[in-house]
Design a protein around this ligand. Sequence first.
Ligand code: SAM
Length: 274
Amino acid sequence: MIEKHRHITDLLLQSHGIDASGYDPSFLSKSIQKRITETQCGSDEAYYILLEQSNDEGKRFFDSLHISHSEFFRNPLTFAVLERIILPAMVVHTKKTKRKEIRIWSAACAAGQEPYSLAMLLEELKNSDSEKFNYRIFATDHNETQVAEALSGQYAAEALNSLNLKRVKQWFTKSGETYTVKPELKNNIDFSVFDLFSEHFSCPPSSIFGDFDLVVCANLLFYYNPGYRKMILEKTGNSMASGGFLVTGEAERDMLKNHYFHEVYPQSGIFQKN
Ligand SMILES: C[S@@+](CC[C@H](N)C(=O)[O-])C[C@H]1O[C@@H](n2cnc3c(N)ncnc32)[C@H](O)[C@@H]1O
């Protein structure tokens, strides 16, 4: 297994100048298997020859490593705890300490489902609160196409399956088959392209100094090997305000427990630094 993945990463680097060494070995193996099936190569060896000789296949294999699937309110338990406990407490704390705004980083925002879900919760809190508060969400992804899609805020009907009808009516306008996020949901979100492995920046430059009350870094850790996961967790962890929260994906919860974080509510995927 290990030999197989090393062979592929060497091949990608030598034949296509693509560095895939940061990916998790088991994710790489599954991706290789998938391409072998899709290309009907029939064997590892036949696929290696194709990969060595074809520029197109090099690009296709690399593209297959970039998974951008996302959903509104993707992990219902996480979002329920955010909605009922964490965000209301944050509002109280922000007012009490006279903090200027609640600061949130959606660190792998894909096509925007995650930051828009957070904005819905905060706008709904604002509407139910007589004393107003400010918030800002910095939504970033390393994939330019994803950030452009997020910024457009346009979705097909199927993408809204995880939203209740009330939220669909309140936060989207429908034109033909397309649903577009209303401008008031976008007002407090700052979208930008940002690579979590950037050597130059410790947090999105648009946020200037980080200091986030909440960082959502969900459903990307498991694609990377442990060394790369550690880099991501150090970067996101260092950008948090004191007492801030880090949210991760349902399948990634165990990865944080070894990195000086504890889960604040069982199974929630919401962590604080030890
Ligand atoms: C599977 S999606 C998850 C989206 C969302 N966080 C969620 O939980 O639904 C993974 C996202 O991570 C982004 N990503 C992967 N590596 C990244 C990196 N090094 N820096 C920033 N974004 C990255 C991908 O472009 C993709 O949009």
